[in-house]
Design a protein around this ligand. Structure first.
Ligand code: XIL
Length: 344
């Protein structure tokens, strides 16, 4: 009988995994039940699943995850209320059915105010409907996901949301959730949040919101990392920087890609060299050493999957097999599992 992750780290943070509905029974469910006390939906709580066409809400899959979590006494992270991706095109169509934005340009500048009102209304209706249904049952909301792109001139991603509403969509979303579900925790979630330039854009955005009386409780660090980047030092500094602002931190989508370039490829798990998995185990150990050390400032650590048989990293960006987690394709504990169980 191997130790349970959630028990090993119970004094420090909650342990979570991203799940699809077919993981809620069978062997995946056993791993989930034993090792994790928190879940997040890998896909079914995104806008395209919940409201595929305007006004038609599809709650069945999200409901099933909440029911499972409640039956098993697990926390739920809600991912995600507002995002530029996996959001249906109808959100961004104007009153006559034309796209508001084409190739990054506003199509009808003369209609900007009207389109802004329409888009904000749709965003609000979506957020209010979801929060009304699930309030009181969510530990942490990913209110807004991935709005920073430090390669853009002012740091904000030039999404339809941003081009049409500026930062209003971000502020409104946080205000609505704060008002409707006051006891839950509100997160801004992003990837590369440990990278200094991006970290600082996120920091400035959140400081601006806090100064305007908008409640933000924490930063969700996706932490999709690889064997080399980012450095442990960057990861530590980012957590400490937000903690110094009085914010909580969560690691929301953890995986460690075994590839450090876009060309190397192994076709199956068996072909992945043992040395790479050892390097991954060392990396996991360094990471969890920092997480534990900063446990007062990190309330949840969630993997973006359960075991190596299912990961969004497979075949990304080229056909190849990945092995990002601490359980292998047969759901057995890897060297990476033992390396985080046995911290110095
Ligand atoms: C990914 C899912 O894992 C995939 O199944 C889906 O096809 C695309 O989205 N950042 C996020 C997550 O916030 O929602 C993404 O999840 C991974 C990157």
């Amino acid at each position: 009988e191997i130790p349970a992750l959630k028990e090993v780290f119970e004094d420090y943070f909650d342990m979570g995994a991203a799940v699809e509905l077919n993981h809620l029974n069978g062997p995946h469910q056993e791993i989930l039940d034993k090792h994790f006390n928190s879940i997040v939906a890998e896909n079914v709580m995104k806008p395209e699943t919940i409201q595929p066409t305007e006004g038609n809400f599809n709650w069945a899959q999200a409901d099933a995850m909440f029911d499972y979590a409640e039956e098993k006494g697990k926390l739920v992270r809600f991912h995600t209320l507002v995002w530029h991706s996996q959001t249906p095109d109808w959100f961004f169509m104007d009153a006559v059915g034309d796209p508001m934005v084409v190739d990054g340009e506003i199509l009808k500048p003369e209609n900007l105010e009207e389109n802004k009102a329409l888009l904000l209304e749709r965003m609000e209706t979506h957020v209010r409907s979801v929060v009304e249904r699930y309030k009181g049952r969510v530990d942490s909301w990913d209110v807004v996901n991935e709005v920073i792109d430090p390669n853009e001139l002012d740091g904000f991603r030039k999404s339809e949301y941003y081009l049409i509403t500026g930062t209003d969509f971000i502020h409104r979303a946080f205000e609505i959730v704060a008002e409707m579900d006051p006891d839950s925790k509100l997160f801004y979630n992003d990837y590369n949040s440990h990278q200094p330039a991006k970290r600082d854009f996120i920091y400035d955005m959140v400081v601006d919101m806090l100064n305007n009386g908008i409640r933000v409780d924490g930063i969700g660090h996706q932490t999709h990392i690889n064997l080399e980047y980012p450095s442990i030092q960057y990861i530590r500094e980012s957590i400490v920087k937000f903690a110094d602002l009085g914010l909580d931190n969560q690691i929301t989508e953890l995986d460690i890609d075994i590839y450090t370039n876009d060309t190397e490829a192994f076709g199956s798990a068996d072909e992945i060299p043992e040395e790479m998995l050892t390097l991954q185990a060392i990396r996991y150990q360094e990471l969890f050493t920092v997480f534990r050390e900063l446990g007062d400032h990190i309330s949840n650590v969630t993997f973006w999957g359960i075991a190596d048989d299912h990961s969004w990293l497979h075949n990304r960006p080229i056909p190849r097999r990945n092995a990002p987690f601490v359980f292998d394709e047969q759901l057995q504990a890897k060297e990476s599992f033992w390396s985080i169980i046995n911290l110095e």
